[in-house]
Design a protein around this ligand. Sequence first.
Ligand SMILES: *Cc1c(COP(=O)(O)O)cnc(C)c1O
Length: 438
Amino acid sequence: MSQPAAQDDPRRAIPRTDALLALDEVAQARSRLAEAAVVDVVKAVTGRARRGELAPEEVAAAVVSALDSTRPSTQTPVLNATGVIVHTNLGRAPLSDAAVAAIADAAGYVDVELDLDTGVRSKRGTGTRAALLSACPAAEDALAVNNGAAALVLATTALAAGREVIVSRGELVEIGAGFRLPDLIASTGARLREVGTTNRTHLADYADAIGPDTGCLLKVHPSNFRVSGFTAGVDVRHLGELARSRSVPLVVDLGSGLLAPDSTLPDEPDAATTLRDGADLTTASGDKLLGGPQAGIILGRTEYVQRLAKHPLARAVRIDKLALAALEATVAGPIPPVAAALHADPQRLEARAETLAAAVGGAVVAHDGRVGGGGAPGVPLPGFAVRLPESVARPLRLGTPAILARVHDGATLIDLRCIPENDDARVADAVRAALAGQ
Ligand SMILES: *Cc1c(COP(=O)(O)O)cnc(C)c1O
């Protein structure tokens, strides 16, 4: 077989790299993407054309379309079809539109520490503090920091460094990925004084341990596990009375971050009730059940919140302006996606699953959602899923949009609880494409 004559070679018609880089749309993409990423896209597309997978006249459009779907960060948006609401591997809480808009506003120069009226420096985070206090009137004061772990470290450092933190043995939990509360507290220079046993701790155990070296009492919500059977713990009300009578502060680590009670999760502690019951400080996480950005929320009595705010460590765990803006918008604004997913109506979930199953095939099955992120372990959230062959899970993850489904019992289960309803059509398209490519 002879090679085609050079002048007949269709590859000669493939646009040159420098001509493609000079296209208007490509120039625009260069303000959004790294130069190397743009060049990589151009080379990948021209490579396909040279291999005959693309006609030369299609190259320019293919470059533009590939650049459109190239992202400035390696983080790929994922549709969460697992039914797990606070999904640790997917960045925990998806933000509300209000929080996203607040982040966009705060992305440039912003008056985070400036009074535009007087032109002089102002205090950081006053709007977020006001939103938190309005959402949790039981708190006298509020402080937001980098995350829940930082809130706990700041509290134990400011109240108990060089002294003792009295805590029940049954609450010394690992909060995920090998991070253990006892290690975290020990790293602050406070000494842990463990009281009680793994399954039972009584008020007298705390009372006997309090002495001149006590920095604070600490109660931890053991988010991701539950001891059952012959157990006893001391509730916040009794601990609060003891703490007051002995003049030591009581800190309660809520973990998940409900500001007020939620009837869907009757056993999940919330900041308002905990403070009313007698805690001096509560610490919580912004991106668990609160449904906001990564943040640590400290609520409680002014005296203690201010002691934390003035501690030098507060500067090292300071929350950034983007999270500060998103936290305010989450707390003050419309209900965030996490709350919507938590309270999703099972009938509506079933109807959406039926529509999806009708579009792609597959059976609708009952499927419980979960709070996730260590919150409300063992609490099922009644719902539905579409059951598909197990082998479709990977193409779904690798598709556009990427979809993470639950692989269980030899099947792929698509649960729409954590997917905004207006994305249902995109899910159906992606599932059809993934099934077709099988
Ligand atoms: C998750 C959790 C934390 C840590 O909060 P982050 O926001 O993840 O830093 C602390 N304590 C408890 C009980 C938790 O569940």
